[in-house]
Every structure is written in structure tokens, then in C-alpha cells.
Design a protein around this ligand. Structure first.
Ligand code: ZN
Length: 293
């Protein structure tokens, strides 16, 4: 996947692994400072401080490091922003960009605490995608890409093996953001409360497959825009779809993000829906909620 030399998003932040702001006197002082300097409600700041006592941090800072992974994530995020702005505009709407939080260790999202073990997830409550930094290493390992193969590119411009698979995971999470903006996730959550567990799980699978399809739509449009795909990229993504662990959908605030009890659909289903989005480049092709999947 070609990715260098394009615009980078300003919505990528770093969080977690830092010092948690504790409660108590320190928290009160920090609360007061926040209130005086930034006009932040001190009680709110204190509550945040208390929730941080459980570990992790919910404070984020702009990701300014120039590591390869951060640069890559910023570029992919910018690609998703440009494509989804275009798609929303075409449909007469306005796209609201999500934040992507890169974290290390533990993090508190508005959907609860998460660790590296949680895997990539999207939190609707703060409209943020969470990605822990070990994700890239793990993914290269899962895809069977050794350190030697990384970067042993032919041309400068050539991406590393595994790039597109990583971009696909980010695009899938952004797909959940799009579902949130379109009100789809809210409808699924409501419907889930009125049906049996099995039916609820099926709805979740349909929601996941739609996020895969949206990732395919993004890939199609981004290809038209910047011709970023290289030979083997699609196979790589499909391989990733069937191999990498499920991402975790965070359902409600105040609860820890816990591993899903449902699946994301079979590998075959995921491949089918990603391809459908990829071939059509139109979210109309992504109605996973009616008919057979
Ligand atoms: Zn998902």
C-alpha cells in the first residue's frame, strides 16, 4: 500500500500509559487549576480523576512523534476523512470526523477502561477509535510477516507487507463511526434490547459486516482518489479479516470494554461484504440488515 506523501490527519491523539491524575488533594488542586485556566468544571475533572484511579488515563495529547506507525495512522485517518466527507456530501449530509486515540498500556474511554488486550475498538460515546500501539506488531506477527520482510521494499514508495491490512482495520472502526453518524448503531442497540440473545447477536454480526462493507467502500473511493493499492493488498486485507481478533464494540458507558460474546461473522461473510463494498464504492451496497448475509 502506498501511503507516503499524502495529507495527515490532525485527529490522531496519544493517550494512556501516562500518570493517572488521582483524586484527593492533588485532584482538587488540579481540578481548580483546570477550572481557573480552562474553565473546566472542577467536579467533572475530579470525577474523571476518580475514574482514572482504576488505572489508565483518559487524557490525550496530540500525537506529535514521527514514528512510522504514527505517520501511517495519521495518513490513513486523513484518507478516511477525505473519502467520507465526499460520500456524505454526495448524499447531502455532513461528515463529522472522529478522533483516533493511540494508546499504550491502559486507557479510559467514555465507554470504559481498555487495555492492549481489548483490541481496536470504536467508542460511540466519545466518537473515538482506540488503537493500542502493540497492535501493529501483533498484526505483523499474526499475518506471519517477519521483521526481515518489513521495509525490504523494492522501491522507496513501496509499502510494507501488512500496511493495507492495518489500514483495513482502521477503516472498519471508522465504519462503526459512520454507523453512529447515520443512526444505525443506535437502532441496533435499541433493537437488541427487545429481542433474544441469539437474535441480538445476529444483529451485531450484521452490524460488523456492514462495517467491513464500509471499509470496502472506503478502499474503492480512496483508490479512485489516490491509487494507493498495490498488488496483493486486497488478499492481505481479506486474510486479515479472517485472521485478526475481533474488535470490541463498546456498548455502554461506565462499563469496562469487554470481549464480545458474539462473532463478527464467518471469514467468508466478512470477505463477501468487504468485497461488495470494494466493488461498488457505494454504501447503498452495504445493506447487511435485510436479507441473507
Ligand atoms: Zn467491528
Amino acid at each position: 500500500m502506498k501511503w507516503r506523501g499524502r495529507r495527515q490527519s490532525t485527529n490522531v491523539r496519544m493517550g494512556g500509559g501516562g500518570k493517572a491524575i488521582g483524586g484527593g488533594i492533588g485532584g482538587i488542586i488540579i481540578g481548580l487549576i483546570l477550572w481557573l485556566v480552562f474553565g473546566v468544571n472542577p467536579m467533572q475533572a475530579l470525577q474523571t480523576g476518580q475514574s482514572m484511579a482504576g488505572g489508565g488515563s483518559s487524557t490525550t495529547t496530540e500525537a506529535t512523534d514521527d514514528s512510522r506507525d504514527t505517520q501511517f495512522v495519521k495518513t490513513v485517518m486523513a484518507d478516511t476523512e477525505d473519502v467520507w466527507h465526499q460520500l456524505f456530501q454526495e448524499a447531502g449530509g455532513t461528515y463529522k470526523e472522529p478522533t483516533l486515540v493511540l494508546f499504550n498500556g491502559r486507557i479510559n474511554s467514555a465507554c470504559g477502561g481498555a487495555s492492549a488486550a481489548t483490541g481496536p475498538f470504536y467508542c460511540p460515546a466519545d466518537q473515538s477509535v482506540y488503537l493500542d500501539t502493540s497492535f501493529f506488531t501483533e498484526m505483523r506477527q499474526n499475518l506471519g510477516i517477519s521483521g526481515d520482510q518489513q521495509g525490504s521494499g523494492d522501491a522507496e514508495n513501496r509499502g510494507r507487507a501488512g500496511d493495507f491490512a492495518q489500514a483495513y482495520v482502521i477503516a472498519h472502526e471508522v465504519g462503526h463511526h459512520v454507523q453512529t453518524l447515520l443512526g444505525i448503531s443506535q437502532k441496533v442497540n435499541q433493537a437488541r434490547q427487545q429481542v433474544s440473545q441469539a437474535q441480538g447477536n445476529e444483529l451485531s454480526v450484521r452490524q460488523e459486516l456492514q462495517a467491513d462493507c464500509f471499509a470496502g467502500v472506503w478502499a474503492n473511493r480512496n483508490q479512485q482518489r489516490v491509487q494507493f493499492l498495490e498488488a496483493g493488498d486486497i488478499d492481505e486485507a481479506l486474510n486479515a479479516a479472517s485472521q485478526i481478533g475481533d474488535d470490541r464494540l463498546a456498548h455502554s458507558s461506565g462499563r469496562s470494554v469487554s470481549p464480545d460474546s458474539f462473532t463478527h461473522g464467518t471469514s467468508q461473510q466478512r470477505v463477501t461484504w468487504f468485497k461488495r463494498g470494494l466493488q461498488n464504492g457505494d454504501i447503498q451496497a452495504c445493506d447487511t440488515f435485510s436479507g441473507a448475509i
